[in-house]
Ligand binder design. Structure first.
Ligand SMILES: Nc1nc2c(c(=O)[nH]1)N[C@H]1C(S)=C(S)[C@@H](COP(=O)(O)OP(=O)(O)OC[C@H]3O[C@@H](n4cnc5c(=O)[nH]c(N)nc54)[C@H](O)[C@@H]3O)O[C@H]1N2
Ligand SMILES: Nc1nc2c(c(=O)[nH]1)N[C@H]1C(S)=C(S)[C@@H](COP(=O)(O)OP(=O)(O)OC[C@H]3O[C@@H](n4cnc5c(=O)[nH]c(N)nc54)[C@H](O)[C@@H]3O)O[C@H]1N2
Ligand SMILES: [Mo]
Length: 762
């Protein structure tokens, strides 16, 4: 039996009599993720989708006008199991109808989501290629992860993917860094994962090496646990959403005490004069002093002053977690991180400068080559209509209306058919109650899923997909150590089929088979994609063996030992020969381009923007779960073991709990004007007062199915988050900016039904 690769690591599946009984972590992995243990038991549980299924009214009224198919019953109606032929005929008929009546731009195929790790059976890529072969689709850009960051960074430093692949390595940090200031911490819980695979977990050991070398860490975060392990760690329990003010005050001290690096600013950046004027208060009459920031951040002014001096005196790495930009005005903390590092003048030096998300993903800082292995071409999309990914509800509610994005105005397409494979919108999107209303608009919703998630339950046609363990694939990710031959471990559960096989059958029905499949089956594709990656590997000085050899050996070590890398080293050494891909070729502390857009919510240099007044007393942080990847395997044993009375745990500060008569292990109702959910309580001193924290990923479980504003009984925070863009620049996800109130739940505890399949008619 060979290996399999998941977004959170490589495992050897253990199979007895055709059943998966265990997942043994790869022997070389010094810090494997326990999430793998969730798969046996969950993979063939009752939550698995076993046959194609169609929503009852959709099937019964298929020949009526689409508006008569009881669209409002999505999420609250029985399904009818049908054969694959019937299901595929329905999907093909609907695609053809919508295409001929409304054109391809009426098909939304954005299909955001992580899916599974293999390079070929990547559901979203399969869907995109299939829809492109059929004339295209309205698409989405950017990500929920880095919505604001992806749009901002090219204006001020460079492309986000390039930056992530070029981070200063852990090894270099251990040797040269003296002070590591981490906004949002360095949460090793997150470093379990990396998109496409995390074959060798290295963040814990990276932190340990630095700690052993005597590096001092500062954890700027509302949660102490965001940085655990190192001996010398200071916790600055910042008020969420105020890091920008803190960084500005650090700059104020640097300028006030003449500690900023004027020579660096002159040679490598543009616009620092205007920014310094702003920080001094020349623009708005407000000097961004430590006293000013202390009121906003709740960090004592003297501590801010001392920290600025220490940062200037030591080799300092400033790290910012993605979470800080997943907020209103989320561009600002990223822009300020770069600006503060530029003021210190250590960018491009060993152990210093800035990091964007050390600890957010395993592979950042690995020092390994950015070679990402085989690639499956998605073809060309002739449709021009798109949305920034987190504007999906707006798109469904407001077809034909315009929106701002990165300096331009665009128009929302009029969507009739939504096709999703490999994502869970009832996990990832904000203000689910608003989404539920929007979700009644499309005439047809098709979903490929493995499990009866809310995404599947709210669809019209549900097609059961295989898991990675039920098919052959190739596992490979940028900056990762191994390429993995993912050997099929078990037979598909029920009648599940590969996304590729499903699309191949649809393309045959729709007359685009030769474009989609090019006459190949999955095995032939794997061989081809592998062979095509060999010349690309060579350009990274990686020699890949013949496919047969690779498949037989089960893995290739593509890059070991990693190199010591320093972010922006070449730029520092020779900024004329190695200019940045910004308009000035330098780091843009002031961006003429962004200033030219005229956005009040994202002007030409970093600014402190006060977020709208908090209407409720507690700031809710919904961060990434330790016990799963997003919503994946919430029904698995590892995630289930973490629940309190069946609900997702929520951490609350002792004072806040006492003031509300709440005890450990209680169930509480968490609410605001948008919605309410139940959660299990963990009382703690390791979260700052005024903040509550719940991980994302508890499967959406409304008390009254299909009804907007019903109580959510399982702990899905997205029923209370706000669905507005980070700014007019990026329109990124802003889930972290939300306030709530919490009260003890006295009522009877409703049973969890999230993992039960919907009512099924034969
Ligand atoms: N409040 C709040 N919301 C957030 C965030 C937050 O911090 N706070 N974080 C955001 C972020 S950063 C992200 S990336 C998103 C993540 O959001 P998603 O990526 O949508 O979440 P997943 O749970 O990974 O959903 C993947 C789905 O694909 C299915 N799947 C897996 N493999 C396959 C396959 O091979 N074929 C098919 N057809 N299906 C498959 C899984 O069963 C699962 O349901 O959430 C975002 N939402
Ligand atoms: N186990 C696991 N790992 C994952 C994922 C997963 O689902 N499970 N998801 C992956 C994905 S898709 C992504 S995008 C990354 C996300 O990486 P991040 O977005 O960085 O992850 P989060 O856990 O949301 O946030 C990290 C910490 O930031 C802190 N924080 C939140 N708001 C603020 C603030 O305003 N100021 C400060 N100083 N701190 C704040 C929170 O306490 C939180 O624990 O994680 C990846 N890693
Ligand atoms: Mo993400």
């Amino acid at each position: 039996m060979g290996f399999t690769s998941l977004h959170w690591g490589v495992y050897r599946p253990r199979v007895v009599n055709g059943r998966l009984t265990g997942m043994d972590p790869a022997h070389w992995d010094g810090d494997p993720s326990p999430i793998g243990a969730s798969i046996p038991g969950a993979i063939d549980s009752t939550t698995r989708i076993r046959r194609p299924a169609v929503r009852r009214s959709f099937l019964e009224r298929f020949d009526d006008h689409p508006a008569l198919r009881n669209l409002h019953l999505r999420g609250n109606e029985a399904f009818v199991e049908v054969s694959w032929d019937v299901a595929l005929d329905l999907v093909a008929t609907e695609l053809a109808r919508v295409k001929s009546e409304h054109g391809n731009q009426a098909i939304f195929g954005g299909s955001y989501g992580w899916g599974s790790a293999g390079r070929f059976h990547h559901a979203q890529s399969q869907l995109h290629r299939f829809l492109n072969s059929y004339g295209g689709y309205a698409y989405s850009v950017d990500s929920y992860s880095l919505g604001a960051g992806r749009v901002l960074m090219p204006h001020i430093v460079g492309n986000m993917d390039w930056l992530l692949g070029a981070h200063t390595s852990w090894q270099n940090l251990a040797e040269h860094c003296e002070l590591f200031v981490a906004f949002g911490g360095l949460p090793v819980k997150n470093a379990q994962c990396s998109p496409g695979g995390a074959s060798d977990h290295l963040v814990s050991s990276g932190i340990r090496q630095m700690s052993d070398a005597g590096v001092r860490f500062v954890n700027v975060s509302p949660l102490r646990d965001d940085l655990l392990g190192p001996e010398h760690t200071e916790w600055l329990a910042v008020r969420p959403g105020t890091d920008t003010a803190l960084m500005m005050a650090l700059c104020w001290v640097l300028v006030d005490e003449g500690l900023h690096n004027e020579a660096f600013l002159r040679e490598y950046t543009v616009g620092h004069e205007r920014f310094i004027e702003y920080v001094r208060g020349a623009v708005d009459g407000v000097a961004k002093t430590p006293e000013w920031a202390a009121l906003l951040t709740d960090i004592p002014a003297h501590r801010i002053t001392e920290l600025a001096r220490e940062m200037a005196a030591k080799r300092t790495m400033i790290n910012v977690a993605y979470s800080l930009q997943r907020a209103q005005f989320g561009e600002q903390p990223f822009w300020m991180t770069v600006t503060l590092a530029a003021m210190l003048g250590q960018i491009g030096l060993p152990g210093g400068g800035f990091g964007l998300g050390y600890g957010c993903m395993n592979n950042t800082g690995s020092g390994r080559k950015a070679f990402s292995g085989p690639r499956f071409s998605q073809g060309v999309n002739p449709v021009k209509a798109f949305i920034p990914v987190a504007r999906v509800t707006d798109m469904l509610l407001h077809p034909g209306e315009s929106f701002d994005y990165n300096g331009q105005r665009h128009v929302y397409p009029d969507i009739r058919l939504v096709y999703w494979a490999g994502g869970n919108i009832f996990h990832h999107h904000q203000d689910i109650n608003r989404l539920l209303t929007a979700w009644q608009r499309p005439e047809t919703i098709v979903v490929h899923e493995q499990f009866w998630t809310a995404q599947a339950k709210h669809a019209d046609i549900v097609l059961p997909a295989t898991t990675a363990l039920e098919r052959d694939d190739i596992g490979s990710a940028a900056s990762d150590r191994f390429m993995i031959a993912m050997h099929q471990a078990i037979e598909p559960v029920g009648e599940a089929r590969d996304d590729y096989a499903i699309f191949a059958d649809l393309s045959r029905r729709l007359g685009c088979e030769s474009v989609f499949t090019e006459g190949r089956d999955a095995g032939q594709w794997l061989r081809l994609l592998y062979e095509e990656s060999r010349p690309r590997a060579r350009s990274f000085a990686i020699e890949l063996p013949e496919f047969e050899q690779f498949w037989h050996d089960g893995l290739i070590e593509v890059d070991y030992p990693p190199e010591e890398t320093v972010l922006l080293k070449a730029f520092r050494e020779d900024p004329l020969a190695n200019p940045l891909q910004t308009p000035s070729g330098k780091i843009e502390i002031f961006s003429e381009t962004i200033a030219g857009f005229g956005y009040a919510d994202c002007p030409g240099h970093p600014v402190w923007l006060d977020k709208p007044a908090q209407s409720l007393p507690l700031h809710l942080l919904s961060n990434q779960p330790k016990t799963r990847l997003h919503s994946q395997y919430d029904h698995g044993s590892y995630s289930q073991a973490s629940k309190i009375q069946g609900r997702e745990p929520m951490t609350i500060n002792r004072q806040d709990a006492m003031a509300r008569g709440i005890c450990d292990e209680d169930v509480v109702r968490v609410y605001n004007s948008r919605g309410a959910f139940l959660a299990g309580v963990r009382v703690s001193d390791d979260i700052r007062p005024g903040v509550v924290q719940i991980a994302t990923g508890a499967w959406f479980d409304p008390l009254v199915k299909g009804q907007a504003n019903s109580l959510e009984k399982h702990g899905n925070p997205n029923v209370v988050t706000e669905d507005i863009g980070a700014s007019s620049l990026s329109q990124g996800c802003s889930a972290q900016t939300v306030s709530v109130e919490v009260e003890k739940w006295h009522g009877e505890l409703p049973a969890i039904t999230a993992f039960a399949p919907p009512e099924m008619l034969a």
